[in-house]
Design a protein around this ligand. Structure first.
Ligand code: ZN
Length: 253
């Protein structure tokens, strides 16, 4: 049946209405660092995308929040349209410490890290994933262990959580450096899939280098963090940032 002009117009309007940017509150280091310095907890703007919805889900990522330790599927974060200055943006309101906070933090940080590679001053094009399908899965409570990794076979970034000696839960999905690092593994795998088959340690080291570079790269573009760190150390801020490889298993070299 042919679509009437009015139906097409309504569909076009709906699509236009969905084509928003999103604003998400994320940790620019991790929650423990943000306790000491509230400036490390701030907003990131996610690029305009007509597929941002509950999950969060967007055109390149989907959050799947199943915790095998508790056998629970957590309720996905829901978006809310709010006015920000002259435009409307999507937000994902969530309580600090909630599962939804981890969902939103990991998703927004991963989107932001991918954008760093795709921006005009870097590659200037869309990066393909190394698997069929358009979305990389984000598992914010993938396991109860001090570990995080990218796995091509599961098409996912796996983020574990663990407990410190004081009994506080530490979620790797809330660490900016860990999320950016793992996202970069997926980016490099999409660009150079045979690097995962290499037997030379140098190739694995290059993968780790790109991951660490992504974690530090964002820091160099956030002036607030730069100034915070620069006051403490004489070295450039981006070089002073801890990197995120210490908790990895060999799921990716
Ligand atoms: Zn790594």
């Amino acid at each position: 049946m042919a679509t009437t002009p009015s139906k097409r117009a309504r569909a076009a309007t709906r699509l236009k209405q969905l084509n928003y940017r999103a604003r998400a509150r994320i940790y620019l280091k991790d929650p423990l660092e943000a306790e000491r310095n509230p400036r490390l907890y701030g907003d990131v703007i996610v690029s305009r995308d007509n597929l941002i919805t509950t999950g969060p889900t967007s055109s390149r990522f989907i959050v799947v929040d199943y915790d095998p330790q508790t056998d629970r599927v957590e309720r996905p974060a829901r978006s809310k349209l709010v006015t920000a200055g002259a435009e409307k943006v999507l937000e994902f309101p969530c309580r600090r410490g909630s599962p939804q906070e981890a969902q939103v933090n990991a998703w927004a940080t991963a989107v932001d890290a991918l954008d760093l590679f795709q921006q005009a001053l870097a590659l200037g094009r869309e990066v393909p994933w190394a698997f069929e399908g358009s979305r990389l899965r984000i598992l914010p409570h993938a396991s109860c262990e001090a570990n995080a990794f990218y796995n091509r076979d599961t098409r996912a970034l796996h983020f574990g959580y663990f407990y410190d000696p004081k009994g506080r839960v530490i979620k790797t999905s809330l660490s900016h450096d860990v999320v950016a690092h793992e996202t970069a593994h997926a980016v490099l795998d999409g660009l150079r899939p045979f690097y995962l088959d290499a037997h030379e340690p140098d190739t694995g080291a290059f993968h780790e280098f790109i991951g660490d570079l992504a974690a530090m790269w964002r820091k160099a573009t956030i002036s607030g963090i730069w100034s915070v760190r620069s006051r403490r150390r004489s070295a450039p801020a981006s070089m002073a940032m801890p990197i995120a490889t210490s908790s990895e298993l060999p799921a990716i070299p």
